[in-house]
Write a protein that binds this ligand. Structure first.
Ligand code: SF4
Length: 189
């Protein structure tokens, strides 16, 4: 029997148009200790909360109809890198057509030292990399500060495929309000 792998998830938005090209599910990991001053999502920082098996999370995402891809955000996905890689591997095995993107507060230089990052990259179409630096606001697509880079890993997208920063507010049938995207140019999403 294979060992179950667990991941701490802050939230999942099933359909978003502001977190990369097309319609995407967004998976927010719980936990980040990178400490960017002015982070807009401090509720994702603590490494506390319910853990879910990656099979359970994959089943939820694979059941979402009408998406082009999945974007991983946080929190810091690379601080649960083994679970991230395992989850992406399941998704790509079952839905090779899904595009995969992510946000990471780590720089590419920091990540390149990590073998698991190189494995994750094999599945990525794009990633936004680097800390949020409030003193360097940016209005470039998906990049909230000018030090961040948008790295394209496959031939699937070009820079022009990424829309200007926008904010999205969703109200679920239960009355839950979910805000995602970029409320102000230069705010960390
Ligand atoms: S902006 Fe991202 S990397 Fe920085 S503290 Fe917030 S969640 Fe962590």
């Amino acid at each position: 029997m294979s060992r179950e792998i667990y991941v701490m998830i802050h939230a999942i938005i099933t359909h978003s148009r502001v977190n990369g090209p097309g319609v995407r599910s967004v998976v927010y990991f719980q936990g980040c200790d990178l400490g960017c001053a002015g982070c807009w999502n401090p509720a994702t920082h603590a490494f506390v909360g319910a853990e879910r098996s990656i099979d359970d999370v994959a089943t939820q995402i694979l059941g979402v109809v009408g998406i082009d891809g999945v974007t991983f955000s946080g929190g810091e996905p690379m601080q649960q890198a083994s679970a991230l890689f395992a989850l992406i591997s399941i998704l790509k095995a079952r839905r090779p057509d899904l595009s995969i993107g992510m946000h990471s507060g780590y720089t590419e230089r920091e990540l390149n030292a990590s073998a698991i990052w190189r494995a994750v990259c094999e599945h990525l179409d794009f990633a936004v990399l680097g800390r949020f630096v409030a003193a360097k606001p940016s209005s470039l697509p998906l990049r909230t500060s000018a030090n961040q880079i948008l790295r394209l890993f496959s031939g699937r997208y070009r820079e022009e495929d990424f829309q200007p920063q926008e904010c999205e507010v969703q109200i679920t049938q239960e009355g839950l309000v979910q805000i995602t995207g970029f409320p102000l140019a230069g705010s960390p999403a």
